[in-house]
Design a protein around this ligand. Structure first.
Ligand code: ADP
Length: 516
């Protein structure tokens, strides 16, 4: 039987376990790769968010440029229109327009800004000639580019330049001087909060990235995951952080989660394979036991049948004249016929129990009486085999609820085993007593004993210990299995204590609680 099991183990190993392990290793390796990719995706997502905020701020300034362009070059230009525009857009401190030769500068200051004069503007424009040229070239190809110039002189205002579409083919340039904090507060903060939503924290940092000028939530600078410059406010930068933690934390959380899922799957698969293997092994063992059983039973049947046939034939031929001899032959026939019927009965009984059609007739009996009946019937048989036994019982033994025939059969099976496996020590002891659980019947022999590894298996159907006496001792491997089934039906149990070459003690334990 070892061979097919080894074969099955090898098949399971090759077909299932190996591919699973290879798959697991592959998945484990690719997990790392996947996490790297996810890390990149996260970073790209953060970059896209920062890009959208930058784009928005450019859109705001572009719309200002459009408005300024429209107001300045409308057919009925009025100064009040530009004043209204400045009033509506408080963060703009000044608007100026000039011809590309840097001449004809007009300045429109917001009401709260007084000190921005033509001269100051002239000063910052003096070295910007190449840039101005470039901006106008852009306009000629249809692109109204806005060019940030950074800080305006020493105060905290920012400047941008842009080309203007004029009525005639003049080449005018416009400029906006605006307050960055006000711009952030009035024009950007709404968009920033909306973009941040409940997943991100968005911040604006100062030039040295050591101070947070604006943030959707209170955070420290070191928690910011990604920083990008604000296009139109040179020196300032945008920062972003995920509320749920750093990218590394998120990816490592995902990594361990995936690893756990993978490991659990592997475990389930291995347990599944283990169960399949276990069941196959059991089935194989049972098949082997069944075939042993068939050969055992056939052997068991053949011996008495051939004895009966031989002795009866001799008698029928009237060859035996001696009356004593005839008696002996009759008794052999009788005994062998009894043996046959016992074997057939136990097989029939067993198959009835197996099929679940065995009916028990439960009544209140004295275990003492059942035992005495069995011993009275078997006394001659036991002694004729040269065995002696002792019987001890407690004085008061409560009745038990049981099926008398089934319990008698169990007792007979255990006595026969004590005889079969005595190994020449022709004695045994029977005890009836009570313990905490209830009443018990016990038989102690001094025979071959049972190795501890076999002590649980002997109650399995068809199981016979495959060493020593077994080869010489007849049996079907059904006796103890029958006893166990009977005791189960009585809500009791059969147990064994045994040592090799010292002997065995089998106990039938009846529980008080049965039946309530
Ligand atoms: P059988 O006796 O027909 O083989 P059983 O089911 O009665 O089947 O017993 C199963 C096995 O348990 C036996 O083959 C034997 O190896 C072992 N066994 C049972 N009773 C004893 C005993 N009293 N002493 C030693 N071994 C025993």
């Amino acid at each position: 039987m070892q061979k097919p099991i080894r074969k099955i183990s090898l098949i399971i190993l090759l077909i299932f376990i190996l591919p699973i392990v290879v798959f697991f290793i592959y998945q484990f390796a690719s997990l790392n790769e996947t996490e790297k990719e996810i890390n990149e995706i996260y970073t790209q997502q953060l970059e896209a968010i920062l890009y959208s905020v930058n784009q928005y701020s450019e859109d705001v300034i572009s719309s200002w440029v459009n408005d300024i362009n429209t107001i300045l070059y409308s057919t009925n230009f009025q100064k009040k229109n530009i004043k209204n525009f400045l009033r509506e857009n408080n963060s703009i401190k000044s608007i100026f327009v000039f011809e590309n030769t840097l001449s004809n500068i007009s300045v429109f200051n917001n009401s709260d800004t007084k000190n921005i004069s033509k001269n100051t503007i002239q000063k910052i424009l003096n070295d910007k000639k190449p840039l101005i040229e470039k901006l106008q070239n852009y306009l000629e190809v249809g692109y109204q580019k806005i060019e940030p110039l950074g800080k305006f002189t020493s105060n905290d205002l920012y400047v941008c330049l842009f080309p203007l579409h004029t009525k005639e083919n003049e080449r005018d340039i416009g400029g906006i001087i605006f307050n960055p904090s006000q711009f952030i507060k009035e024009n950007l903060s709404g968009k920033i909060s909306q973009t941040a939503g409940d997943k991100f924290v968005l911040t604006i940092l100062n030039k040295y990235e050591n101070e947070i000028l604006h943030s959707t939530e209170n955070i420290t600078i070191d928690k910011i995951l990604l920083k990008k410059p604000l296009w139109l406010l040179p020196g300032l930068s945008l920062g972003i952080k995920m509320k749920s933690g750093s990218i590394e934390e998120l990816t490592s959380q995902r990594f361990y989660k995936n690893l756990l899922i993978l490991a659990s799957l592997l475990l389930i698969l291995i347990i599944g394979m283990g169960l399949i293997y276990y069941n196959l092994r059991k089935e194989l063992r049972l098949t082997q036991l069944k075939s042993d059983f068939i050969s055992n039973v056939s052997h068991e049947l053949r011996t008495p049948l051939s004895l009966i046939s031989m002795y009866s034939e001799t008698l029928a031929l009237s060859r035996i004249k001696d009356e004593e001899k005839k008696k002996e032959y009759y008794s052999v026939i009788h005994n062998e016929a009894n043996r046959l019927s016992k074997i057939v009965n136990s097989v029939l009984n067993f198959s009835k129990i197996e099929a679940g059609i065995k009916k028990y007739n439960f009544q209140s009996y004295s275990l003492l009486e059942i035992n005495n009946d069995v011993l009275n019937t078997y006394d001659y048989h036991i002694k004729s085999k040269g065995f002696s036994y002792t019987f001890n019982s407690a004085k008061k033994i409560k009745n038990i609820i049981c099926d008398k025939d089934a319990i008698s059969e169990s007792i007979i099976n255990l006595i026969e085993n004590a005889i079969k496996y005595s190994n020449g020590k022709k004695e045994f002891e029977i005890i009836i007593a009570s313990n905490k659980k209830g009443v018990y019947w016990e038989i102690k022999d001094f025979g071959v004993g049972i190795a501890s590894k076999d002590q649980t298996k002997i109650f399995d159907k068809f199981y016979r210990v495959s060493s020593g006496l077994i080869h010489n001792t007849k049996g079907t491997g059904l006796g103890l299995s029958l006893v166990k089934q009977i005791m189960d039906a009585h809500n009791g149990d059969v147990t064994v204590k045994s040592s090799i070459d010292i002997g065995s003690t089998f106990r039938l334990q009846f529980n008080k609680s049965f039946p309530d």
